[in-house]
Design a protein around this ligand. Structure first.
Ligand code: AGP
Length: 365
């Protein structure tokens, strides 16, 4: 597994190191492909987004990105729940489907149902050219991840979320939610995530250290608010899939309605704490756990002070202290969690590329 003359023990590690160039290619994607995709979305009365697994967590991030940038409400529904959630699908709907393989049986079933029974338009974000999903779609954005060998998706996820950020920004531009200058600043900030990802990878030893600290844990909570809840879900899934640790991701505000019952001295809680609108409320949730003895591990911006002060360990994300950088930082936060899961798996002597019982593409319903 060689990349740029450097050899990697596992495909997952090599593919994580491909993230900066892959997201750069995505961010530079042709404007025409983006425009017709966005036009179709904006013509619809109702917008749904669907996917499975990691792709669903990218979809959830997309739902938040579109609304955070002033776009329309998007309902996110797991593809395996799609038909049962929408027995009477509204007319003039668009379904955005997100998939690495474009062959996930539940995703195909959901979009065929939406298209054939209810006349919905299908806009897909898919990595494999010529896959079944591309054939059933009205609009397609091809992600630039390229061949992903590790079963647990990572560079595909990062390109999916980069594409969804572009979609959100284009919608904001068309709806004039922000001035032309501000849109440009958001786009520049998005492009800077390439360098941020690069820096995270250069400094990956720090993430490895935290990975070592949690590698003997048997249960871990991942808690966050808003868009970061999708990051928490993805971080928890990765650790579960490749390091076989029981993890649970929760919207932090919900943690006092149940998960808090398990907290005792040393119970590890990973908080994803970017300095966005959720920050001060998240601190309240951290304190609820900390005061009951939880070990607090937080993923924070480089310039963070308050969450750092109440955490046992922090992983610091090198983002700039401005609203443009903060609003476009989901990929760097998630890349960090994916890398951490990789290191934990490696510490435990496991095979992160082929986790047991999992398939790269699930073609059964
Ligand atoms: C492998 O287990 C992946 N982590 C899994 O969640 C995957 O993302 C999901 O099965 C969807 O696959 P797709 O992106 O190919 O549709």
């Amino acid at each position: 597994k060689v990349l740029d003359g450097k050899s990697y023990k596992w495909f997952m590690h090599k593919e994580l190191h491909e993230v900066p160039r892959k997201i750069k290619e995505q961010i530079m994607m042709p404007q025409e492909d983006l425009d017709s995709f966005v036009k179709t979305i904006l013509e619809a009365e109702r917008i749904f987004i669907t996917a499975a697994g990691t792709a669903f967590y990218a979809a959830l991030a997309g739902k938040f990105l579109i609304s955070n940038f002033g776009g329309p409400y998007v309902e996110a529904i797991l593809c395996s729940e799609f038909i049962d959630t929408l027995p009477n699908m509204p007319e003039n709907s668009v379904v955005i489907a997100v998939s690495q393989s474009g062959e996930t049986a539940d995703t195909i079933e959901a979009i065929r149902y939406a298209r054939e029974k209810h006349g919905a338009k299908i806009c897909s974000i898919v990595n494999v050219v010529g896959s079944s999903l591309t054939r059933y779609s009205d609009e397609v954005i091809i992600t630039t991840a390229g061949l992903e060998i590790a079963v647990a998706s990572q560079k595909a996820y990062c390109t999916q979320v980069s594409a969804l950020t572009l979609i959100a920004l284009r919608i904001a531009e068309l709806k004039e939610t922000y001035s032309v200058e501000e849109i440009k600043k958001f786009r520049d900030a998005l492009l800077k995530t390439v360098d941020i990802a690069e820096n995270i990878l250069i400094e990956e030893g720090k993430i490895r250290e935290i990975g070592e600290k949690i590698s003997n844990e048997t249960n871990i909570y991942f808690l966050a608010r808003g868009i970061s809840t999708s990051a928490a879900l993805e971080g928890a899934l990765k650790l579960k899939e490749i390091a076989y640790i029981h993890t649970e991701a929760y919207a932090a505000g919900e943690s006092k309605h149940g998960p808090i019952a398990l907290i005792e001295e040393g119970f590890p809680c990973i908080f994803i704490a970017p300095p966005d609108a959720t920050y001060s409320r998240l601190i309240g949730n951290i304190m609820e756990m900390k005061s009951r003895g939880a070990k607090i591990i937080s993923v924070v911006a480089d310039f963070d002070e308050n969450v750092t002060e109440i955490s046992d360990y922090t992983i610091r994300i090198p983002i700039e202290n401005n609203k443009y950088a903060i609003a476009t930082s989901i990929v760097p936060f998630v890349l960090t969690l994916q890398l951490m899961a990789y290191f934990v798996s490696d510490f435990k002597g496991l095979d992160p590329d082929k986790p047991k019982n999992l398939a790269k593409s699930v073609t059964v319903k």
